[in-house]
Ligand binder design. Sequence first.
Ligand code: SF4
Length: 219
Amino acid sequence: MKKNCLEIVRQKCESCHGCALGATRNNIVFSDGDAATARIVLIGEAPGETEDLTGRPFVGRAGQLLTEFLTEAGISRDKDVYIINTVKCRPPENRVPTDEEKAACRKFLDAQIDIIKPSAIILCGATALKSFVTLDKKQTISKLRGQWMTVSVDGVEYKAMTIFHPSYLLRNHSMEEGSPRRLMQEDLRNIKDTILPDVNHTEDVISDDVVSFQELASV
Ligand code: SF4
């Protein structure tokens, strides 16, 4: 059921030219992971070159590193995590997506979360964090990562945690205590212990209050 609803959203996304990124993409990068079993939605920034060519998120070097960290924490990338980005099309030169681009693409992001109804959302990197939280000057990703917070999507509250983006970890190799890689490891283990204390997976069911999806599907 979830997969059927997501397929409707995907089809709308594939024909979307709601912002300038639609003119330069090779492929939309819709999602990765098993929607029927995933209890966590992980949100990254935007597709890069490899993602644009393959149509899958987090498949370049940073994606491979993310997979390694998830696996180390006992989180299955294939079964436990549904991976998406703040925008579905690659920004030229891998620049950060603009607020306007993120706003134009937000209906797809919200619909995906709406359909999955995850037990938790992982905000991967500053761009994903800023899509859900307005930061003051003292709030940085270094200070906020690793803390459980609540984010709201269409009136539904979700448990959420910010983690470093794996591309940041590609430039920081240390596993010393307090290093970015060590903190990433600790955060993902925290998420695993809190959200996935057992290995049972959810059924492919969908609740009847999928607000964003229903709005999108009716257009
Ligand atoms: S980034 Fe999102 S809003 Fe912009 S064209 Fe692609 S799918 Fe449409």
